[in-house]
Design a protein around this ligand. Structure first.
Ligand code: SF4
Length: 447
């Protein structure tokens, strides 16, 4: 039997469906995918408050025949709001997040923890619509409920404002004719030997496939072992001018952010990036001593991380004439959002914005390029080329997304030892981000 997720998995790559059914032990679910699933489940539960007092059709962990039977019983009993309403048709089982009867007509709602409708959501709702209308009540309309990106939290969550139902009937109707054929072919795939499918775009889009490791081993990519030279092409005059324009005292700044779908704090919106940490290296004069300071918010749900971060940042950067960041758009956007959300600090934050200077410029403009940077100006390419002794490899946290998810998890962690260990890892990671900038600028100064 297929389920909604098996059907969409199979549409994306029949081999992935086959492996899921026959070689599940080879599946590797990354931490970020696990976090996405966990978020999806809790958002689904939250959305039930949009249509309260419904009956839950699924009693076990996963929907199955019993849930389908309970759904039929609820419909016969005249229940008008059913959560996880389960239906089976043409060997395919689906559970609709919310099935609602209004003035005698049925409507289905699928909940997604995103800020908009994505193409993959349409395939997802289309199979549900097909199974429900094939085996259950006729549907008047089908909606996808996602976050309302313009919702700003003030106090308690307002569920009716947080979610935005969007009518998706038209696009899903266009897919209906293909569904019986798709089901037939996917069921056939399951009966046959492992399909041979070359790796491609489907392995990373719309999600990273959880069998990537397995397929990579099977068809190891011939990695080109081209030695990339570290010979530098340097436009001396441009770099010297860039360096000469830097005024002291000088700071190097980097933010880490968390981006919860459901706004956790007042004055924040779905998936808004909330700075919770920064690292700052400070040098008062050219060739002077460099000191480090940092901020890492308490993982306390009652305290907005920005409340203490902003005044400390203003205080610690007050004397700087230049504030280096790497790729200015990110920090500038965060500061502009803090100006909007914390108007009492607007002028001081504006003053920080005025002093930001982008250290990426010499690399983006090609003033300093090396073959080993592979045409990229990203710090992850520039740093190993210029300062091979500095590396993220030995750190537990090596990228911003992991830092973000890790900090989010701390809000719900009771293990104090784990909390303090993780906070150490976060501090080390963010520290390296600004230390990298210090070292890169040192190289530029020597040109
Ligand atoms: S890694 Fe790619 S080819 Fe392999 S099962 Fe997944 S999507 Fe299919």
């Amino acid at each position: 039997m297929l389920s909604k997720s098996r059907y969409t998995r199979g549409l994306n790559c029949p081999k992935s469906l086959w492996l899921y059914a026959h070689k599940r032990e080879m599946q590797r679910i990354s931490e970020s995918t696990q976090a996405i699933f966990a978020r999806g489940t809790s958002v689904g539960e939250l959305a039930q408050h949009y249509f309260p007092n419904g009956k839950m059709a699924v009693l076990e962990d996963f929907p199955g025949y019993t849930s389908a039977k309970r759904t039929q019983e609820f419909i016969q009993q005249g229940i008008e709001t059913i959560y996880e309403a389960t239906f089976i048709y043409q060997n395919t089982l689906v559970a609709v997040d919310i099935l609602l009867k209004l003035k005698g007509k049925w409507y289905m709602f699928e909940v997604k923890s995103t800020n908009s409708v994505k193409p993959e959501h349409i395939k997802d709702v289309a199979i549900q619509y097909f199974v429900v209308t094939g085996s259950g009540p006729e549907l008047e309309d089908a909606f996808l409920m996602h976050f309302n990106r313009d919702y700003v939290r003030h106090g308690d969550l307002e569920i009716d404002k947080l979610f935005l139902p969007e009518n998706v009937r038209e696009p899903i109707l266009q897919l209906q004719a293909d569904i019986p054929g798709n089901i037939k072919s996917l069921l056939q795939t399951l009966k046959e030997p492992e399909p041979e499918i070359a790796m491609g775009k489907q392995c990373i889009s719309p999600y990273e496939c959880d069998f990537t490791n397995y397929c990579l081993e099977l068809w190891p990519q011939e990695k080109e072992t081209v030695e990339l030279s570290n010979k530098a092409e340097v436009m001396q005059n441009e770099i010297r001018e860039f360096v000469a324009n830097v005024e002291y005292p000088l700071c190097y700044l980097d933010f880490e952010t968390l981006m919860p779908g459901v706004p956790m704090f007042d004055e924040s919106r779905p998936y808004q990036q909330i700075p919770f940490q920064y690292s700052l290296h400070v040098q008062n004069e050219k060739d002077g001593e460099i000191r480090h300071c940092s901020y890492l918010a308490e993982n306390n749900l009652n305290i907005d991380p920005r409340k203490n971060l902003i005044p400390q940042l203003i205080w610690e950067t007050q004397n700087a004439k230049t504030i280096f960041v790497y790729n200015i758009a990110f920090e500038r956007t965060r500061i502009n959002e803090m100006i909007r959300d914390f108007t009492r600090y607007a002028s001081e934050l504006e003053h920080i914005n005025e002093r930001l200077v982008d250290l990426i410029i010499p690399f983006r403009k090609g003033y300093y390029s090396m073959e080993s940077m592979e045409g990229s100006s990203s710090i992850k390419k520039v740093l190993p080329a210029l300062c091979p002794e500095l590396s993220y490899e030995e750190l537990e946290i090596r990228d911003g997304m992991t830092a973000s998810n890790t900090f989010l998890d701390l809000y719900y962690c009771d293990d104090q030892e784990r909390v303090s260990q993780t906070r150490e890892h976060l501090l080390k990671y963010c520290h390296l981000d600004t230390l990298a900038m210090v070292k890169i600028f040192e190289v530029l100064k020597k040109v």
